[in-house]
Design a protein around this ligand. Sequence first.
Ligand code: FES
Length: 357
Amino acid sequence: MAQFYKLKIKDIYKETEDTSVVSFEIPENLQDVFKYAQGQHLTLKADIEGEDVRRSYSLCSSPIDKEWKVAVKLIPEGKFSTYINERLKAGDVLEAMAPSGNFGVPVEPKASKNYLFFAAGSGITPMLSMIKTHLTKEPNATCKLFYVNKTAKSIIFKEELEQMRNAFFGRLEIYYFLTKERRDIELFNGRFDDDKMKVLTKTFIDIPDTSEVFLCGPEKMVNYVSEYLVNRGLPKELVHFELFVTGLSEEDIKRAERLAKQNVEGVEVTIVDGGKEFAFTMTKEYDNILDAALGAGADLPFACKGGVCSTCKCKVVEGAVEMKINYALDDKEVSQNLVLSCQAVPTTDKVVVDFDV
Ligand code: FES
């Protein structure tokens, strides 16, 4: 069930001109429900001018601080981000689902791992949580952050990062790249490209010695950097990413168009959620399981409805579906029959999906 909890805003402040950091007050009785791991996100809900608007944001705080913070960057014409940046104030109430997501890797206090982080803009939020957690809990870990922003002023969490660099002196290296401001050292001007990656992998990055790589930013950057590193010998399973999707690829558009023509009318769907079953028959109105189930009266978790956040994730236990778009699940999850219900179009006459995963 899409269980939302009402949470009071403890504090809200402007981190940069267009990014607000929101911290939540978690009452004693919800502390267990809201326990989280570094890299997880919160799905938030607000009633904005009569509309139920939901978005997922990575927690930028670390679980070790017993704090719950998200950073919300203002997106032009973005309903939720405008509401947060321009109207929300301390003492207000937002609704939130329990933290979810599996972007991070488990903490290994005895290991000596070397982590690499590539972030662009607000892609820093899950990284901040991970860097702080791993460096604190793993005394032998090192972290290197390669962080792209437009200008020096727009660097989100610059102060906090610098404090961390001092606190973990010698174990945290940070390299800032600016795309709209020139600096003396050419390497640090502009986005990642072959010339830069060549220098980075020669000077700062030791691929055979890398334990995990995390990437968060626009799809183009994430795909480019991960492919570059994998082509030079980094095992693919060490790469973890979260994307900002700015546009669909040709392939996605073709698949979505093909699936839009799939006849789903009459497909018998059974949803398992909270141990209970809910059955309905699909009509022409919706092509995906999430919308069809919501339309039939089910109460299921979702946020983006765009194949990005994974809030609507479920497991196909009978029958088959095909996803129109998938920016959230990795190959391993897909091979385990996990799907994004907001993108899942049935391709058999009967489908059973389990949301208790
Ligand atoms: S609701 Fe975000 S991926 Fe389905």
